[in-house]
Design a protein around this ligand. Structure first.
Ligand code: PLP
Ligand code: COI
Length: 374
């Protein structure tokens, strides 16, 4: 690492704390204001990052919030060769009174622990995960935008740093959290997105890493995303690997189908789909709004026939980065299928509004999902 860290905890029993070593050269306030006025997604980073090191035998130690900067990695670091890596994505939201909150962070911490187990990485406790996020956001609070649907996107991740080319779980690992101010994930705002159906590539198979949030899944999805782009589409949809028949998810979002009787359906978790926290929240929010919610398999034929017959009235995608986004059309080698009027549907918009109202503190948080950071 370019920035040295102070040892805080050497045993696994003591809680991991993240003392702050402030940057001597933070971004100037005027430049920061310029960035926050139009942050885009994932292009700019705050002045600090949280870091911690794990070594076999010692456990987690050397945790701190340090100046943001490049990592120094040995060229033999395991992550560069065998992709032993997992990550998370969550957001900090500024409320109208200036306070800053995050949404279900313990669910992200728990998912990261599950992903880590699958990738043979060490688990970081939920408290340490939350402490890292909290200390980083408190340190870089000035970077949390306000207004519109802006937020500070938080990216916790864990990488195998041990310099060793043998194929086994690394004995040295780093955990980091970086933060990036974010506007809308799709530059078009709430406009319906177009989906390319991938029939050449699958994302995950049973026993694989589909339900883990690991970089390798995204690396494997990029060629399909390129194919989507080449066909003028915003996102790619993957089918199950075994039969190429059941709808799984998009490259970075889960899917929902709204039916003409008001019920809504999302593909069930089969072990190959990412267990989205937005997806799980919508299961509860849609029920609050009076919808019957079902988690079950949805075939690609059901999607096509349902839209064509009017039985499926709306399709939307959901995830932390993109929130709730309407799907406007499905494109594949077999042709194009337009959904609805080309505008966001009523149910999609109601669910979107309910979720964002909770996240931005405009509606009562009846499920106790918000966690105050500042
Ligand atoms: N599916 C994939 C492949 C993702 O990358 C994401 C984004 O994190 C999601 C679904 C949605 O998950 P969440 O709602 O937890 O952000
Ligand atoms: C998220 O929604 O947090 C994601 O991780 C999706 C994508 C940016 C990878």
């Amino acid at each position: 690492m370019s920035a040295t860290t102070t040892a805080t905890t050497t045993g696994s029993a003591a809680p991991l704390t993240f003392p702050v070593r402030p940057s001597a050269a933070p971004v100037a306030a005027e430049r920061r204001a310029e960035i926050l006025a139009a942050p885009g997604f994932g292009r700019f980073f705050t002045d600090h990052m949280a870091v911690a090191t794990w070594t076999r035998g010692t456990g987690w130690h050397d945790a701190a919030v340090v100046p943001y900067g490049p990592l120094q990695l040995d060229p033999a670091a395991a992550v560069l060769h065998y992709a032993q890596e997992v990550f998370e994505g969550l957001k900090a939201y500024r409320h109208a009174d200036g306070s800053v909150w995050t949404f279900r962070p313990r669910a992200n911490a728990a998912r990261m622990a599950r992903s880590a187990r699958r990738l043979a990485l060490p688990e970081l406790g939920e408290d340490a995960f939350l402490e890292a996020v909290t200390q980083l956001v408190r340190t870089d609070e000035a970077w949390v935008p306000s207004g519109g649907e802006s937020s500070l996107y938080l990216r916790p991740f864990m990488v195998a740093t041990e310099a060793f080319l043998g194929v086994r779980a690394a004995h040295e690992v780093k955990f980091l959290v970086i933060a990036s101010p974010a506007g809308s994930y799709f530059p078009g705002g709430v406009k319906p997105v177009s989906i390319w159906l991938s029939q050449n590539y699958t994302r995950a198979s049973l026993g694989g890493t589909g339900s883990a949030k690991c970089g390798g899944n995204y690396a494997a999805s990029l060629v399909a995303q390129e194919e989507a782009g080449a066909h003028g589409c915003d996102q790619v949809c993957f089918l199950d690997a075994a039969e190429q028949r059941y709808v799984e998810e998009l490259g970075g979002m889960n899917l929902y189908f709204v039916h003409d009787d008001g019920s809504i359906v999302t593909p069930e978790l089969t072990g190959t789909i990412l267990e989205g926290i937005t997806r799980a929240s919508i299961v509860e929010l849609a029920a609050d709004l009076g919808h019957e919610v079902r988690e079950r398999r949805v075939s690609i034929d059901e999607w096509r026939e349902g839209v064509a017959s009017g039985r499926i009235t709306e399709v939307f995608a959901c995830g932390t980065a993109a929130a709730v986004t309407p799907v406007g059309k499905l494109v594949s080698a077999d042709g194009e299928l337009s959904h609805g009027t080309g505008q966001a549907g009523e149910v999609t918009l109601a669910i979107r509004e309910r979720l964002l109202d909770i996240q931005y503190g405009r509606a009562e948080d009846t499920h106790g999902w918000l966690h105050r950071l500042v």
